[in-house]
Design a protein around this ligand. Structure first.
Ligand code: PXG
Length: 286
């Protein structure tokens, strides 16, 4: 395995960063998770654009251009010779003093890891998962906008622990006003009366690239789709529910807080989207 750090490649054993890096000391940095399908990087430009937007929002100036970043990702993928894998692209604030002040950090560091990923066991894609609502609220947008994909995942980690302690694989989080935002590592959507509905990102959700891909697919398939405000009642009374994310792809949800969604089986529209999504992946890579 070859890991990229600031323009050089290291083996997994030698890929190390300073303990003075503010990414470690303060979670001060941004990242992306990207998929490689059949040797092609999925939606690389979109991921890089989101990375640069996240960095800009927290005043990190990435020391290479977006084109150079794309090239670095593609080169690292080629060097690792993996056809189906996951890319973790990280930009940290860099090495500084002990002390929050980011101005002591001279240069942001760029790290690219290419490795395998499986977020959910395979059998759940056919039968769906149960989720709970976490009591941990999504961090408020005026504290740290959830559209920034930062290295600060503690809020999500706490909600994930709630999910696991309840025997679930994922938890949905509400925002400060009680509206549905997203899950700990996935966006959430429902289907009611044939319409797909998903919280708009200003309700406290990451602007998910998989969610965007699914909305585009829905349009192609002629399925109405709306980004809107959703409450727990909307989830409980939905005909179908599914999660979207780079790691998860499209995962059916069959119960929420003990309420069955639809008949407790993955819904028809969800299944159509899963089928179209895998066709799209096959087509873009073919
Ligand atoms: N919300 C959050 C909080 C996420 O972290 C998504 C939504 C889905 O966004 P994309 O753009 O991926 O469709 C994410 C993405 C992991 C892992 O290691 C998490 C994600 C992606 C890949 C791996 O848990 N989350």
């Amino acid at each position: 395995m070859k890991i990229y750090i600031d323009g050089r490649y290291y083996s997994k054993e030698d890929a190390k960063i300073s303990v003075y890096d503010h990414g470690l000391l303060y979670g001060d940095g941004v990242f992306e998770g990207i998929r490689i399908y059949h040797g092609t990087v999925f939606r690389l430009r979109e991921h890089c654009e989101r990375l640069y937007r996240s960095a800009n929002a927290i005043l990190i100036r990435i020391p290479i251009t977006i084109e150079e970043m794309e090239r670095a990702v593609i080169d690292t993928v080629a060097l690792n010779n993996k056809k189906n894998a996951y890319i973790r692209l990280i930009v940290t604030r860099g090495v500084g003093n002990l002390g929050v002040n980011p101005l002591t950090c001279e240069k942001p560091s760029i790290i690219i890891i290419v490795d395998d990923i499986q977020l959910y066991p395979e059998e759940y894609y056919a039968k769906g998962i149960n989720i709970i609502t976490a009591s941990t609220r999504r961090i408020a947008s005026d504290s740290l906008d959830p559209r920034i994909k930062s290295l600060n995942y503690l809020n999500n980690v706490l909600a994930k622990i709630e999910a696991i302690q309840s025997g679930c694989l994922e938890a949905v989080m509400l925002n400060q006003n009680g509206y549905i935002s997203e899950c700990t590592g996935d966006n959430i959507s429902i289907v009611t009366d044939g319409t797909i509905m998903t919280p708009a990102s200003h309700y406290g959700a990451l602007n998910g690239i998989t969610k965007g891909a699914v909305i585009a697919l829905a349009e192609k398939l002629g399925i109405p789709c709306r980004e809107t405000a959703l409450t727990q009642y909307d989830l409980y009374t939905a005909d179908e529910c599914f999660l979207t994310g780079t790691g998860a792809e499209i995962m059916p949800v069959v119960s929420i807080d003990g309420r069955l969604i639809g008949n407790g089986m993955p819904g028809e529209i969800t299944k159509r989207l899963i089928a179209s999504f895998s066709e799209e992946i096959a087509a873009q890579s073919g």
